[in-house]
Ligand binder design. Structure first.
Ligand code: G3P
Ligand code: MG
Length: 250
């Protein structure tokens, strides 16, 4: 499936938890997207928001809490009783699960105001080097150009994807600077002309976060390579329908 499970399979399990990763693996997603930021003791942790307030039973900024303080929080109960006991995983735990399962990991470097870009990149690179992760098993993405440039210095062989809500007119200059592999943009702001230009330049084009396949039926025709979605299951249904139609027409 040309699908990236956004924050794991986040419509069926609490986002960015190992349960969400496991479900994405079982669903046959080609990629999983996760968000990484540092704990107070500089451990790369998988969580989207600047604070733990929305997705755990705790309060406070991720960067003010140590790994141990974060580990004590429940990251599943907000989603449903079945997920009680789920915790915020580290990057290391997430990589071990996904890479061993043969699913590729899109690691979004989350930079909030006041974050130290270089420190996050250094700590992420350390984990990847320690686990000897092969370059083609992962990709870095970020809205923050500095983060991608820094990653290019630390781990030049790992692909980089530039995140934009809306692709800017000067996209070619930025993509060249970052030496990008891909562009990841909001499907709602993409048009056919932009998509074709990105593809003409030779970049992969990913769209986030279309949760209904019908919304992006034409985007595939424009050359989009991958949808980053909370609902891979809906795309699987569409895929099965297409296979059935083909079989019936033969
Ligand atoms: O990688 C696409 C998407 O994750 C970017 O936005 O806010 O969901 O991390 P966000
Ligand atoms: Mg993200």
């Amino acid at each position: 499936m040309k699908i990236t499970a956004h924050r794991g399979l986040s419509s069926l399990a609490p986002e960015n938890t190992l349960s969400a990763m496991q479900r994405a693996i079982e669903f046959g997603c080609e990629w999983i997207e996760i968000d990484v930021q540092l704990s107070a003791d500089n451990i790369p942790m998988i969580i989207h928001d600047k604070t733990v307030n929305r997705c755990t039973n705790g309060q406070g900024k991720v960067k003010d809490l140590t790994w141990y303080e974060l580990r004590l929080l429940d990251a599943g109960l907000w989603f449903g009783d079945d997920f009680a006991g789920e915790y915020i995983p580290t990057l290391e735990e997430t990589l071990e699960l996904t890479v061993n399962a043969g699913v590729k990991l899109n690691i979004e470097l989350k930079i909030y105001s006041g974050d130290e870009v270089d420190l996050l990149c250094e700590k992420v690179a350390e984990v990847i080097e320690r686990l000897a992760i092969k370059a083609d098993a992962i990709l870095f993405s970020s809205f923050n150009i500095e983060a991608l440039m820094t990653m290019k210095n630390y781990l030049p062989e790992v692909r980089r994807g530039q995140l934009w809500q809306e692709i800017p007119d000067d996209f070619a200059i930025v993509l060249q600077q970052v030496d990008a592999y891909s562009v990841h943009c909001d499907y709602r702001f993409l048009n056919e002309e932009q998509a074709k230009r990105i593809k003409q330049f030779g970049y992969r084009l990913f769209c986030y976060t279309p949760n209904f396949p019908q919304l992006v039926a034409s985007h595939w025709q424009w050359g989009v390579d991958m949808m980053i979605t909370d609902t891979p299951q809906r795309y699987k249904v569409e895929e099965l329908k297409a296979i059935r139609e083909l079989a019936l027409n033969e």
